[in-house]
Write a protein that binds this ligand. Structure first.
Ligand code: IMP
Ligand code: MG
Length: 179
């Protein structure tokens, strides 16, 4: 039996279809460029693993791990880099791959940090976007799905480190918030 967390918001089939479309779009846009995808851990680990297989042009992949101070369902915007990049991105075409943009504080911080390293271009791709929650403005080039202001889990996204391995995106039912 699959672990339960709440009602399915986005099915695995919808995610797969959209991820394929994004991969094709990225492949067209970055043809002939020097693409480095920077996935943000831990939430982005499943999305990048699926997305990268639809990117049909030369590309490199690296990871950053961040931990944001806050409570379990809300980030504070104070971000700590736990693992930095191994590759040098100077003069390269960087695409940051995130699981979700909520207030935008985390991605704003990362964007500003990466910008100082002088990439040739710097864009953002996120699987999920909660546009109504935005506090820090940031331009997102590729969005998988815009979703309502609900706390979601699965497909990489956690609640207190649980539920990341669910294959679909679910709205977390308060009944499962006890841990
Ligand atoms: P932001 O800084 O408010 O944009 O929040 C970004 C981070 O908060 C994400 O990378 C997630 O780790 C976490 N987050 C925001 N909304 C959700 C959600 O609905 N489910 C799980 N994690 C979330
Ligand atoms: Mg998280």
């Amino acid at each position: 039996m699959e672990e339960e967390a709440g009602e399915v918001l986005i099915s695995r089939e919808q995610i797969e279809k959209r991820t394929r479309e994004l991969g094709e779009e990225i492949s067209r846009d970055y043809k002939g460029k020097d693409l480095v995808c920077v996935a943000i851990l831990r939430g982005g680990f499943i999305f990048i693993a699926d997305l990268c297989r639809y990117i049909k042009i030369p590309a490199q992949f690296d990871f950053m791990a961040v931990s944001s101070y806050g409570n379990r369902t809300q980030s504070s915007g104070v971000v700590r880099i736990v693992k930095d990049l191994d590759v040098n991105i100077r003069g390269r075409d960087v695409l940051v791959v995130e699981d979700i943009v909520d207030t935008g504080r985390t991605i704003r911080y990362l964007h500003d940090n990466l910008r100082t390293r002088e990439p040739k271009s710097l864009e953002i791709c996120t699987l999920l976007d909660k546009p109504k929650e935005r506090i820090a403005q940031v331009k997102i080039k590729y969005v998988g799905f815009c979703i309502p202001s609900k706390f979601v889990v699965g497909y990489g996204l956690d609640y207190a480190e649980d539920y990341r391995h669910l294959p679909d995106v679910r709205i977390l039912d308060p009944e499962y918030c006890q841990s």
